[in-house]
Design a protein around this ligand. Structure first.
Ligand SMILES: *Cc1c(COP(=O)(O)O)cnc(C)c1O
Length: 409
């Protein structure tokens, strides 16, 4: 039997407990949606005020050299690389996840000429599939095959150029075995592209060790970079000199300030850049990444596992039989989220939000609870489930105000 006292004791013993105070969370709120929009680090406002007043206001255009703006996509990429198991020179911060997926997918297809198929799974986040549909329609001659997430390995053959998968399923929380699948993908000579949107910052990732070829991911989820923060992409060193940029913009040119009429890609990750980087947003993301780098990554992984485990046990204890649960029980096979199911999931989530417990809803019936290990505590889990129990026991979710749908769920 879990009690609130026992969970408070767990918080007291948590090696990451000091991080919670580094975030500006509203009083009385239990925020379980850091997998969709990460919380605001306390340092961000002051850092941005300084960047605006000094770097932009005073140093103006000299900041490109003086304040490291020109190199920022790559220097910040190197910092992020430490969170995702990438040695220096393989990560750039740029654009959005959708656009970065387009870039790496195009590069992968070009690296495997003659192969006619790219594969993803139906558990992937739709924008990844949409971007692939746009690319294959434009290219002609390469088809997108979308298979069930349990059937990726069986679908591989020597006609496959690339496989692109999101490590953690945004709806179920199911986590692919990145190293094992990458190896199988390589056995047929195809390339492995990993989307780390629900991984980076939630637990350590090991891209180099897994042998990944390419990766992409989000800056505004577990990395706490702010709404619409720039995304990242990873290109394994061994591919960088061959991977020709499909978005061949001047910021990826070998010598942008020679203003040549012809494009020549820069060496290394710079060629992954297209246009001028969004410096203000990148500075905000840097605060989130720097904060995460202060944490012990093995403690991060352990806490992510513990939070998801305790939450599932609490729901069973306090609301037995009320919800389905599509989250894998094996901690090695799940991300940092728990996904309950209920036919009235939308209204129940709205009722939770009214009580300042913030998960989100994913159609058709998923109540998604994300656990950002830096700022979610164990007693928060108790409080969230206590509200959930009250809502279910009283039928509060049936109130008509919880039925109306906003445009963002
Ligand atoms: C959140 C998410 C995205 C978002 O892409 P944007 O281009 O930032 O809108 C992409 N892929 C996955 C897997 C995601 O979870």
């Amino acid at each position: 039997m879990l009690t609130r006292e026992a969970l408070l004791n767990r918080d007291a013993a948590d090696p990451l407990r000091s991080f919670r105070d580094r975030f500006d969370l509203p009083d009385g709120m239990v925020y379980l949606d850091g997998n969709s929009l990460g919380a605001l680090p306390k340092d961000t406002a002051a850092r941005l005020a300084d960047v605006v007043a000094r770097e932009w206001g005073q140093d103006l255009i000299t900041s490109w050299n003086k304040n490291g703006w020109y190199e920022l996509p790559l220097t910040l990429g190197n910092k992020l690389g430490r969170l995702i198991g990438a040695a220096e020179g393989q990560v750039a911060i740029a654009d959005s996840t959708s656009i970065n997926l387009f870039k790496v997918l195009a590069a992968a297809i070009a690296l495997r000429p003659g192969r006619k198929v790219i594969i993803s799974d139906s558990g992937n986040f739709p924008t990844d599939l949409y971007m692939a549909q746009g690319l294959t329609t434009f290219l002609g001659g390469v088809d997108l095959l979308v298979v069930d997430e349990t059937e990726v390995a069986q679908s591989l053959n020597e006609n496959v150029a690339a496989v692109f998968l999101t490590e953690v399923n945004y709806r179920s929380g199911r986590k692919h075995d990145m190293a094992a699948l990458t190896q199988k993908i390589h056995e047929v000579g195809a390339l492995a592209i990993w989307d780390l949107a629900h991984s980076a910052g939630a637990f350590p990732v090991h891209l180099d060790a897994a042998g990944a070829d390419f990766a992409v991911g989000c800056g505004y989820k577990y990395l706490n970079g702010g709404p619409g923060a720039p995304a990242f992409l990873y290109i394994a060193k061994r591919h960088q000199h061959q991977a020709m940029p499909i978005l061949s913009g001047w910021m990826g040119h070998a010598a942008p300030f020679l203003f040549d009429l012809d494009y020549r890609p820069a060496d290394g990750m710079r060629r992954a850049l297209a246009g001028t980087p969004a410096i203000l947003s990148m500075r905000a993301l840097e605060v989130g990444i720097d904060l995460m780098l202060e944490a012990d990554l093995s403690a991060l992984a352990a806490k992510s596992t513990a939070l998801t485990e305790v939450f599932m046990r609490l729901v069973e204890q306090e609301c037995p039989g009320v919800f389905g649960n599509v989250t894998p029980a094996d901690p090695a096979r799940r991300g940092s989220q728990v996904c309950l199911t209920h036919a009235q999931g939308y209204a129940i989530v709205q009722a939770l939000i009214a009580r300042k417990v913030i998960p989100d809803f994913r159609a058709p019936d998923i109540l998604r609870f994300g656990f950002a290990p830096l700022y979610v505590g164990f007693a928060d889990l108790w409080d969230a489930v206590a509200h959930l129990k009250a809502i279910m026991d009283s039928g509060e979710w049936k109130e008509s105000r919880f039925a109306a749908r906003g445009s963002v769920t």
